[in-house]
Structures are given as C-alpha cells and as structure tokens.
Design a protein around this ligand. Structure first.
Ligand SMILES: [Zn+2]
Ligand SMILES: [Zn+2]
Length: 135
C-alpha cells in the first residue's frame, strides 16, 4: 500500500510505502495549540516515509519535534521517541484506507467540544492505541 500527502501549498510532499497505523486523535494541549483543534494522526516507520520539500521543525519538547511547512504553515509530522513518524491524517491525499480508532490525552481536551463517536478514550497516553500498526 502506498499513501501520499502534502501540505496546503504543495511545497512539501510525502509518500508512505507500506502500512499505516489506524488514526488516533490526540487532545493534548500541544496538539490543540499547534492545530487549532485536536490532532488526528496516523503513523508509519520512519524509513517508509519519503519526504520532498523543506519541512520546518519545531522542538515542542525535549523528546519531540513537530514538522510543518514554512510557507503555508500546514502541520505535517510529529517526530518523537520510537520507530514511527506520526503523520497528521488531514494532510493525506484521498482515502488512505485507515480510519479513526481512538482518542488519547482526553483529560486535556478543549472545553468547547465533546468526544461522542463511541471510540476508545484514554485520559493520557495509551500505548495500545498509539503503537498498533494495521492494514
Ligand atoms: Zn506548504
Ligand atoms: Zn497531542
């Protein structure tokens, strides 16, 4: 399976070869600030993601950095500990074949919305949700 994606202006393109993890929504404060709402991200092993164009990286903590397009500002990647690169699902082209599967850091969610889709919710990090890799 191959998935492609890009930022809004098209200066950054990427291609993922292989499987994507189901999409997980993260409601932590950092994700809310960086996206303007909450983040929904899939992930894939770093070596399976080929990026073209200049990604600007912001060190959002001592352990992680967030990649965005320096021209249009699209949030594209979260790069932290582990073997996988998180890819913001809204930047994928077409139907990548993966679906939203759960929510993490729900304790930090914004006060202005409810999570009502019936999918699993974790107050904080959930290793089961974030490390699973599906077809
Ligand atoms: Zn762009
Ligand atoms: Zn988050």
């Amino acid at each position: 399976m191959t998935a492609t994606g890009s930022c809004l202006c098209g200066a950054v393109h990427y291609r993922v070869t292989g499987r994507l993890r189901p999409v997980i929504a993260c409601h932590c404060t950092q994700c809310r600030k960086t996206s303007g709402h909450h983040v929904a991200a899939t992930s894939a092993p770093r070596e399976s993601v080929a990026v073209e164009g200049d990604v600007t990286w912001y060190a959002s903590s001592e352990l992680a950095r967030r990649g965005f397009c320096g021209i249009c500002g699209s949030n594209l990647f979260w790069d932290g500990p582990g073997s996988h690169l998180s890819i913001f699902a809204g930047t994928l082209d077409g139907d990548p074949g993966v679906r939203l599967a759960g929510h993490i850091f729900c304790a930090d969610k914004g006060a202005y919305y409810e999570i009502a889709d019936g999918l699993p919710q974790a107050d904080g990090m959930d290793a089961l949700l974030t490390t699973q890799v599906g077809g």
